[in-house]
Design a protein. Structure first.
Length: 280
């Protein structure tokens, strides 16, 4: 495997965010106002977002809160939709997320797809959110269930409408063309049918699961995956449209990486993340 080249933390400052009111029309014809960053489809793809709680099982850590910050929501409680599809919508974890939202001051809505959608108008619901946060689990099953419910166009519409799309692990890979997954068994394999909002591959848990890095390099080297963007645990990648603008972190020591195909193999570039303020 080739050596790693490092890029400084300020590898991109990203464009300036100007807020604007936008009228959005739902499929039922209802028009409503929401404040969104103007013309900035945004994704925050992460290998983190949670921390142990003091009185609850989990709390939202800095990456979830940064997704809310990117949405531009202010002057009211941010709206976050949580999707636990990749784990089969376990009710116990949905409860923990609702508690984390209560502590953070967010209005969290759980969008279940098992055994059936718990909301009548799923595309309309997504458009009304500030953030869509997708939990980890099986990305292969996540994508299969989303396809059954035709959520690809709904997710794209939300993204284009200014809703920040975010998530952890499977909830990171899903926004890309594909990545590495244990969805099929203990041996990691490629998944290549992601939503493709981001025209890259994605590697998650790059530092904590030893098989991830060599498989990413092999898949990029043989052309199974295109240029692939990877995150250590506690690190996230911010995109405006399809452009990577910043790596951010909620813990110390981690980094992000860009793996590309070269004439004689692959090359890996390390991106030093900006440390997000700790959550008090």
């Amino acid at each position: 495997m080739p050596g790693t080249r490092a890029r400084p933390a300020a590898f991109s400052t990203g464009p300036r965010w100007d807020e604007a009111e936008r009228l959005t029309e739902r499929r039922d014809g209802h028009r409503y106002r929401r404040r969104v960053p103007a013309d900035q489809p945004t994704i925050l793809a992460t290998s983190g977002g949670y921390r142990p709680g003091e009185r609850t099982r989990i709390e939202f850590d800095a990456l979830v809160r940064h997704a809310v910050e990117l949405s531009g929501a202010h002057g009211r409680r941010p709206r976050l939709s949580f999707l636990g599809t990749a784990l089969g919508d376990p009710r116990w974890f949905s409860y923990e997320v609702l508690e984390a939202g209560r502590l953070a001051g967010f209005d969290v809505t759980v969008l279940d797809l098992f055994p059936m959608p718990n909301l009548e108008d799923v595309p309309g619901h997504l458009l009304e959110q500030d953030v869509v946060w997708v939990n980890g689990g099986s990305v292969a099953n996540l994508l299969a269930v989303w396809d059954v419910h035709d959520l690809r166009p709904a997710m794209r519409a939300a993204w284009e409408g200014g809703v920040v799309l975010s998530g952890v692990s499977a909830g990171s890979i899903c926004w890309y063309l594909g990545g590495t997954t244990d969805s099929f068994g203990p041996e990691l394999r490629a998944v290549t049918n992601g939503l493709g909002l981001l025209p890259y591959g994605n590697g998650v848990h790059y530092d904590s699961e030893v098989g991830r890095r060599p498989l990413v390099h092999r898949l990029v080297g043989d052309g199974t995956l295109p240029e692939t963007h990877c995150t250590d645990d506690g690190v996230g990648l911010v995109y405006h449209g399809p452009t990577l603008v910043e790596a951010v972190a909620e813990t110390d020591g981690g980094a992000a990486y860009v793996v590309t195909r070269t004439g004689d193999g692959t090359s890996e570039e390390r991106l030093e993340p900006r440390r997000l303020p700790p959550v008090s």
